[in-house]
Design a protein around this ligand. Structure first.
Ligand SMILES: Cc1cc2nc3c(=O)[nH]c(=O)nc-3n(C[C@H](O)[C@H](O)[C@H](O)COP(=O)(O)O)c2cc1C
Length: 176
């Protein structure tokens, strides 16, 4: 069975991006969904000096091995001050020291959500601009604004957003 990796790019215990990434992963049929919790991949803050002194952390090597078996990725970005969460950026930087094209030409869906009206579109745009240089095969992207109005009791209740997400999932499904 094909494997897809979901990542809520946040370390909040109640991360709405983790909820959205995993919800979307569960919409994909006939795949094993490997749900990454960044809290399980705590590692030192990246620095070239730490890398020279201690090498790449075991946790980064472990996550890289998960990426090696992934047939696709679904990531939902928390937006912190218009950018990636520090936790995601740190893990991302370490992983790029192992494999520069970290997305391995695999299909990806890029998502973002926040309680605000822009739904993390700013961080999503950063990833959309950068990831194609890092081996990303981006099938589609969507930000969900006003998360708590549009996502209730484990469901994306906004019909238009749900229809848009379904199209993305179908497109992703076809190329997995
Ligand atoms: C330090 C910090 C900065 C934030 N900056 C933004 C922002 O730039 N845009 C935004 O929409 N929300 C911002 N938020 C609110 C987050 O979108 C909100 O905390 C959301 O729940 C984060 O996603 P998560 O639940 O997956 O961690 C910020 C929150 C924090 C703690």
């Amino acid at each position: 069975m094909k494997k897809i990796v979901t990542i809520g790019a946040s370390t909040s215990k109640k991360s709405i991006n983790k909820i959205l990434a995993e919800y979307t992963g569960d919409l994909v049929s006939n795949v094993e969904v490997l749900k990454i919790d960044l809290n399980n991949y705590e590692m030192p803050i990246f620095s070239v000096d730490v890398e020279t002194e201690n090498g790449v952390p075991d946790k980064a090597i472990e996550l890289n091995e998960v990426f090696n078996v992934a047939d696709g990725f679904i990531i939902s970005f928390a937006e912190h001050n218009g950018a990636y969460s520090a936790a995601f950026k740190n893990v991302f930087d370490w992983l790029t020291r192992i494999e520069g094209k970290i997305w391995r030409d695999k299909p990806m869906l890029l998502l973002a959500t926040s309680p605000g009206a822009r739904g993390g579109q700013t961080v999503l745009d950063i990833a959309l601009g950068r990831f194609p240089y890092m081996g990303a095969n981006i099938i589609g992207s969507l930000s969900i604004p006003s998360f708590f109005e549009n996502f209730k009791e484990g469901e994306l209740v906004n019909k238009e957003l749900r229809a848009t997400l379904n199209v993305l999932v179908n497109d992703f499904q076809k190329v997995i």
